[in-house]
Design a binder for this molecule. Sequence first.
Ligand code: ATP
Length: 488
Amino acid sequence: MPKTKDLQAIIGHCKEYGFIFPSSEIYDGLSAVYDYGQYGAQLKKNIRDYWWLSMTQLHENIVGIDAAIFMHPTTWKASGHVDNFSDPMIDNRDSKKRYRVDHLIENHVATLPEDEGNALLTRMDALLAEDDFVGLKNLIDEYHIKCSVSGTANWTDVRQFNLMFRTEFGAVAAEDGADNGVFLRPETAQGIFVNFLNVQKTGRMKIPFGIAQTGKAFRNEIVARQFIFRMREFEQMEMQFFLRPGTQKEWYEKWKAARLAWHLSLGIPAAQYRYHDHAKLAHYADAACDIEYNFPIGFKEVEGIHSRTDFDLRQHQEYSGKKMQYFDNDIDPQTGKPYGNYIPYVVETSIGLDRAFLMVISEAYEEEDLSTEEKKDERVVLKLPAFLAPLKLGIMPLTKKDGLPELARELMHDCMKQFMCFYEEKDSIGKRYRRMDAIGTPFCVTIDHQTKEDQTVTIRYRDSMTQERVPLAAVKDLVAKACAMPFS
Ligand code: ATP
């Protein structure tokens, strides 16, 4: 079992090296909102690009779109988010702290012996499935569950709390008293469903086909204390795969396997993942599972794969009055006639980009003890896959004189058209290497006096820290090749 990593150390590292900052930090930050810094933004973009390439370019029958964050408010009535996108919450009267009921109980379970904890979880799941709020409150009372801040069990009743952010559209309140409320989308999927007909017709798409998109989503999460694992503003990468009713089981299994294969193509060992099949299904789903990764906070969902039947398209058909149908002229072997008109079924794959980022950086983060008998030494290194690393090549003249910076800059200008480079001439070479290790740069080259004589440079490899002499002219291709995206 790989050893557990310390989330606090990773958070500290992300801040110190320009990956992630608390949002508006000079005003003390905003809870569960984060900004990506210079290296974080690049790493995030590389993960997004790899997903996009794997999900669109590598599939003849999947196309990408970019729908707006604002959508017609009826979208969210049709999708069920206005009525159902809520979590049962409870407030502690003394600390005024609000908890998600399931999280409060789950935290208590962690303090109980395994049997007792499992029994409590089973009872909680049954009550949640029934929306039995009185029963949930009684359960909290029965186990004397206390607030971690006030230490008391002085609880309010359990209430529903909608997770969507609402705002007003237009400059002034509507004069006719109409409701101008719009929501910030809580998921990107609905932008795909409402464009189903547009894309199918204009792209002449034939079922089965997929529509992918990446973009921001917003949820007013209540318990949001796990760094970028649970944010109020986050990014999703979703793909809805439209298929013929009756084939959903087969496609669900295919996508389940394909998405895990994608995760493994990041170089993360299989032991770090597990599937969590949902026993309790949402009313519209006929199968659902999560891909869980072993985060520093334990195995948790990074991606969901859901077989959503025709629920979403059917709802949009009903609320919009527009036919969300597809005419399938393939021949049904049973009847010898075309399959004809139907509302397609959907299998969706939905991954959080920020969670994927946390997964990648947690996996890559290593504190290495390099001490020898003579001297204590250690380094922090991000062993990122080269194709995801924010910078690919560090370029370092050994000294600031003798024409070495000029040679180094020449290499830099040649390479920067193909990949991200970083030029540095300050401090000792050893210190410069360590800084590149800390942000995960897989290659560094040093230009020295010998370079002027024989046009060779020293290339240094991040993970093994070994060095070798290679021709200056070979550097660009060597790095470009090693940093190319794998094809999963
Ligand atoms: P959870 O149970 O952790 O709240 P969920 O089941 O509500 O997640 P989905 O609605 O299936 O999540 O969303 C798909 C993906 O979006 C999740 O697998 C996750 O990676 C990501 N995601 C969801 N909520 C958040 C959030 N608040 N912050 C960051 N990523 C999120």
